[in-house]
Design a protein around this ligand. Structure first.
Ligand code: MRU
Length: 350
């Protein structure tokens, strides 16, 4: 996508200088800065602090990180394995992190060259970016059909950020919205703020604003009332892991949206590439849900007089509990939008 007229992926790498670059998502929307990572430790720091975030972008980052580890460790498989273990355990919930790391690590042998590793990474990255583009085209049909049937702007609700920042490019949940807007279909997006880190208000809103797509940020508690008032036509969210029975793990709060959507007969779509499907796990309750530092609830990122800083919104003495994801049961999900098409059941996906 373009930022100030220039094309960016949210994560990329420089083969010759052995550097990984990422758009620092913690500073948006106030500051647009590129972070450079020169070591696995720096990549892991960026993953854990959410400088790079979003399941598919974590997959790309992990693939680049394995290439970097290969280059730094000059192909020493024991040392690369050490980095691999650190990397795949740096965040537990999004399956893409391991998928991306495995794309490189599982193909290594003592005769693998760095050029071959780089080619593998490039192939994986291109495959993923193509998948996001296709998700956009498939999901577009849903928006288009609604528009043609109802002849009025389509109101779409989304949660967290499943846009191009979260994916490298295009997005998952936002890709169909970008496509609809490009094709002249009038859309309006309800953007869940997504506490505690406000990925919706900071990142999704920033992406939509840059593309001139009409939107409103809403407090996380607002969407139920909007659904009751028939102000939400369809919901599209992303996913961090979709398991065999179709249960979907996504940003905390997704389950409550799905519940309200079900009650109000509003279609609830999950948009994700095949790399987010994990058929080794049967049901959502078996997935590790990341618990993050409670400081993320105590503190909020603000701008004041062109300076950014963290401000406390309640005392550290007040205990807080910060689960990063929840499980939406398959029974609340209308369909999965993937690069292969739209499927009502996960058993049809592969
Ligand atoms: O903790 P994050 O910001 O990495 O979580 C990401 C999400 O849960 C997003 O909602 C998204 O849907 C999955 S990535 C496209």
């Amino acid at each position: 996508m373009r930022v100030n007229g220039a094309y960016y992926q949210s994560v990329w790498a420089d083969y010759y200088n052995k550097e990984i670059y990422l758009i620092n998502q913690t500073l948006l929307p106030f500051r647009f800065e590129i972070k450079k990572c020169l070591s696995i430790q720096e990549v892991i720091y960026s993953i854990q602090t959410l400088e790079v975030r979003g399941a598919p972008a974590l997959g790309l980052t992990a693939a680049y990180a394995m290439w970097l580890s290969f280059a730094i460790n000059k192909g020493n498989i024991e040392k690369i394995k050490h980095d691999y273990d650190l990397l795949i355990n740096s965040r537990p919930t999004a399956v893409n992190l391991k998928v991306g790391a495995d794309k490189v690590f599982s193909h290594l042998s003592y005769s693998t060259t760095e050029e071959e590793v780089w080619e593998k990474v490039q192939h994986f990255v291109n495959q993923e970016l193509t998948a996001f583009q296709r998700i956009g085209l498939h999901g577009f049909r849903l928006i288009y059909d609604f528009y043609v049937t109802n002849s009025r702007p389509v109101n779409i609700l989304t949660h967290c950020n499943a846009g191009w920042l979260a994916c490298g490019d295009y997005g998952t949940a936002l890709a169909p919205i970008f496509e609809a807007h490009r094709q002249g279909i009038p859309v309006h997006v309800w953007v869940d703020e997504t506490r505690p880190l406000n990925q919706g208000a900071r990142l999704t809103a920033w992406e939509l604003y840059n593309e001139k797509i009409p939107f409103h940020i809403i407090a996380d508690n607002t969407s139920g009332q909007l659904m009751l008032q028939h102000k939400v036509d369809l919901i599209i969210v992303g996913a961090d892991r979709i398991v065999k029975n179709g249960d979907t793990i996504n940003k905390i709060g997704t389950y409550l949206k799905a519940l309200a959507a079900y009650h109000n007969h509003i279609p609830f779509y999950v948009a994700a590439p095949l790399s987010t499907f994990d058929f080794d796990i049967h049901d959502g309750q078996s997935v590790i849900i990341e618990e993050r530092n409670s400081k993320e609830l105590h503190d909020i990122f603000v701008e004041w007089n062109h300076n950014t800083f963290w401000a406390k919104i309640f005392p550290y003495e007040f205990p807080a509990y910060n689960l990063a994801f929840d499980v939406t049961p398959a029974s609340f999900i209308t369909a999965y939008i993937t690069e292969k098409g739209i499927f009502n059941k996960t058993s049809d996906v592969i």
